[in-house]
Structures are given as C-alpha cells and as structure tokens.
Design a protein around this ligand. Sequence first.
Ligand code: ADP
Length: 227
Amino acid sequence: MSGLALRTEDLSRVYPSGDGQVTALSSFSHTFRPGMTAVVGPSGSGKSTLLNLLAGFDTPSSGRVWVGDTDLHRLGEAGRADFRLRHYGFVFQSHNLVAILSAQENIEFPLMLAGVPPRERRDRARALLASVGLERRSRHMPAQLSGGEAQRVAIARALVSEPEVLLADEPTGNLDSRSGGAVLDLLMAPARAGRTVILITHDPEVAARADFTLRVRDGEVREEVYA
Ligand code: ADP
C-alpha cells in the first residue's frame, strides 16, 4: 500500500469575525510526502483549520486540495464522505470510540460501512487488534479500556481500511508519556510503509520523531528542514 500524493494549492480559509475577518490559513501550497509530517504552532495559529481542509470537513475560501488526481473540494458532500471512507483514516485526541460497541466491533465498523462481508471484517479487525497488542481486549467495551488502550483501538480502527492518508489531531494529547510513545510507534508504522501521516502535536518529542515539520503561525505555514 503506497501513499496518495496530497497537495495543496494556494489554500486559504478566511472566517468572518465581528465586523472584519480573520485569515485562519493564508495561501498555503505544499506537497505532503509519504512519511510522517508534524504540524506544530501555538494555539489559534491555524493547525485545525488546515487539517479540516485536508479532510474536506471544511471548505476553503480559495485554493485547492488534490488527493492523487482528485480535486477534493469539487466532490459534493456525499462524494467527500465516500472518498474519506475509502482513502482516509482519522485519529483524534479523544478516541471517539462508539461506547456501545466492543473494541473489535469498533474496528469492524468502518468495514461494515464499506460493505465488507462479516467474516473478512472479523479477520481484519482481529489482525489489527493483535498488531496494536490488544488481542485479549477484543470483547471489552471502551469504558473498560485505559486511555492508552482506547487510543490504540482507535488507531486500529483508523488503519483497518488501509487508508493512504492518516490525519491525527493531538493523538497523544491525553496520554502519559509511556502510552503516548506506544501510540506514536503505531502511527510511525504506516508512515514507514509509505503512507502519508499528518499529525497536529504540541509535544516536541512527537514532533522530533516526525520526518517533516510544518510550523504554523498566524495562518502562515512554513516547512522546517533540519540538517
Ligand atoms: P489551532 O488549531 O492552531 O489552534 P485554528 O485553526 O482552530 O487554530 O484557528 C485559527 C484561527 O481561525 C483562530 O483565530 C480561530 O479563532 C479562527 N477560527 C477557527 N475556526 C473558526 C470558525 N469556525 N469561525 C470563526 N473563526 C474561526
């Protein structure tokens, strides 16, 4: 499984604010390369705005997001939802697992939406649970898992459809450093396998392990390159 080229072209998002407007993202052109890109910057600088535009959750004021040959924002709402299902995985700060489904059922859920037959769903979910070290937690409900375990289930769920693009918003934000390290290891694996992993983080240790760093300040994005 290889990454899909993800590219922004003069991407801008302006929000109305009181009598005026705020430029949350300013004319950002960038090609995201396979591997892990960390997006860093102070609160309010435009990181979430960027991630929401890359995901197609929000609409740009101008500019484009290309995912492979697809102009993401030219797809309709339903087209984007379907595109996300087929090509994207998401990991949030809070695991967002479905409370009434077991760990295994949570992982199967995206496959069910995609129409994958039950036996294949079960096999793939089990393999993913094992790969995040939780094969013995398959029947546990989210409330019975620790924060780190729940986040590992959430990552398994994000990876089960083998997405080319993985978007993560502060995935280690609620975790102690040991659990956070384990979660980061799991996110590094798809990056090493040539997928495009983009994560927002406040944690300098997480950013230091990424292959590329984008620093956002007042809606301006710069790539930082280390020698
Ligand atoms: P970050 O994720 O880096 O904390 P955001 O992308 O959330 O920053 O916000 C960037 C700027 O855009 C901020 O000034 C914020 O107040 C503004 N902003 C974000 N979302 C909205 C919105 N829905 N309506 C108005 N302003 C917004």
